[in-house]
Ligand binder design. Structure first.
Ligand SMILES: Cc1cc2nc3c(=O)[nH]c(=O)nc-3n(C[C@H](O)[C@H](O)[C@H](O)COP(=O)(O)OP(=O)(O)OC[C@H]3O[C@@H](n4cnc5c(N)ncnc54)[C@H](O)[C@@H]3O)c2cc1C
Length: 408
């Protein structure tokens, strides 16, 4: 790699011998490992100061993988055999660290990518951080579907007297002992945070505005997700959904009676079409049944002491937790590119959303969790490897010449 000084902007320029990967989460690490395995070097730029920063900084203490470990492995290296079926977040992080070590992946930390553009004059991607401009033939976007918290507009929230936090900063119910807490959102995080609050003697009220599919995490000793994946090998999606809903009913009873209305579309079809993940219940439902978690309809407005709900009820709260999900940040830094839509997701859905034009790739934007990451990473590495073998050394020389000319 070369570097040069540009007095005016004080930007270092760096030619990257191989692809630039933006993001050192599981997706960035997976694709770097697959490239390394094919003999292709790469550079990983990470805005945080560690790998897997979502897992290290933005997840709650009691989190375990939602899916069994065999559906969350990265390519080329499985989980340690000693890990349980649903590894804890700490175990997952230690797996990520072992993974990065095994493939000698050393991301450049504190390198938040501010812009990336394709320069058609020199046919290179120009990727800019605060202090450096990196250039390469290939750009791999691995910044994740969960890069930024979604903060909804709730009328009157600025008047509320207590703390309002997003689940990305929630750690444990220990911070809310004996409090009345309004949890806005009923996805996996909303349910699990409510459950955690219960086990710390807090009183959670969970706002359920939309329809939601709740499935047991396990049915008759088997993982529901694993069971669905097996069925999908033999049966059409809609039949699988019917089987899942029938079995969920046998296991959980009628969730509609608890205020959890099911969408008309089945759970797996909904996940495929919209990316909405069904809730895999780890205990919140029994707390709802026993009244420890109260289900509330939508919030009409917040007041100074609490909330007014659409059904006319008014209640006081000490704190509010927004379990309102995350979004991609790609539109904020990837410029002049029509491969991603306004939400920062590839316009072409899975399984074809991994490759764009002009050496652009995306990994981990499949709405299929780590299973989708593994599939993307292998395809991207194979694709770049073919180009590397054919054109690598020639392009490497060209790029050096371009850099020198620019900096004279
Ligand atoms: C609470 C929770 C539980 C989950 N449980 C599961 C599960 O059990 N199974 C499963 O398959 N999936 C699960 N997921 C989904 C999970 O987020 C992904 O599967 C996984 O973390 C995706 O990895 P990723 O590398 O694509 O994205 P991320 O893990 O989000 O990593 C992206 C990285 O990019 C960095 N970055 C972002 N913007 C920039 C920038 N501009 N410049 C440089 N770096 C940048 C971020 O700092 C981050 O380190 C869960 C998600 C959450 C929130």
């Amino acid at each position: 790699m070369n570097s040069c000084k540009e007095e005016e902007q004080q930007l270092k320029c760096a030619w990257v011998n191989g692809p630039i990967i933006v993001g050192a989460g599981p997706s960035g690490l997976a694709v770097a490992a697959c490239l390394a395995d094919n003999g292709v070097p790469s550079i990983v730029l990470e805005k945080s100061n560690c790998i897997a920063s979502l897992w290290q900084y933005k997840t709650y203490d009691r989190l375990n993988l939602h899916l069994p470990k065999q559906f969350c492995e990265l390519p080329l290296m499985g989980f340690p055999k000693t890990f349980p079926k649903y590894p804890s977040k700490h175990q997952f992080i230690s797996y990520m660290e072992l993974y990065a070590n095994k493939f000698s992946i050393e991301p450049r930390f504190s390198q938040s990518v501010e812009t990336a553009v394709f320069d058609s004059d020199c046919e290179l991607w120009r990727v800019q951080t605060k202090d450096t401009e990196y250039m390469s033939r290939w750009l791999i976007v691995a910044t994740g579907e969960n890069a930024e918290p979604v903060i909804p507009v709730i009328s009157g929230i600025e008047k509320f007297h207590g703390p309002v936090i997003h689940t990305s900063v929630y750690k444990s119910g220990a911070d809310f002992i004996n409090q009345k807490v309004l949890v806005v959102g009923c996805g996996n995080s909303g349910m699990e945070v409510s459950l955690d609050l219960c086990s710390h003697n807090a009183s959670p009220h969970m706002v359920v505005r939309n329809t939601v599919h709740v499935l047991p995490r396990e049915m008759f000793g088997f993982s529901t997700f694993g069971f669905a994946m097996e069925l999908l090998k033999w049966l059409p999606l809609r039949i699988v959904d019917k089987v899942l809903l029938r079995m969920a009913h046998l296991n959980l009873g009628n969730t509609e009676q608890l205020g959890l209305r099911r969408p008309k579309t089945g759970p797996m079809e909904l996940k495929n079409v919209t990316g909405r993940t069904p809730v895999l219940d780890v205990g919140a439902l029994s707390q709802i049944k026993s009244g420890n978690i109260k289900v509330m309809e939508g919030v009409k407005e917040m007041t100074r002491r609490g909330a007014r709900f659409v059904d006319g009820q008014e209640k006081e709260f000490d704190s509010i937790i927004l379990a309102t999900g995350y979004k991609s940040n790609v539109p904020s830094w990837l410029k002049c590119c029509d491969f991603f839509n306004e939400e920062g997701m590839p316009k072409t859905p899975f399984p074809n959303g991994w490759k764009g034009d002009k050496g652009l790739y995306s990994v981990g934007f499949t709405r299929k969790g780590l299973l989708g990451t593994a599939s993307d990473a292998v395809k991207i590495a194979n694709d770049i490897c073919k180009q590397w073998t054919v054109k690598g050394p020639k392009n490497c020389c060209n790029a050096h010449i371009i850099l020198r000319r620019e900096t004279q």
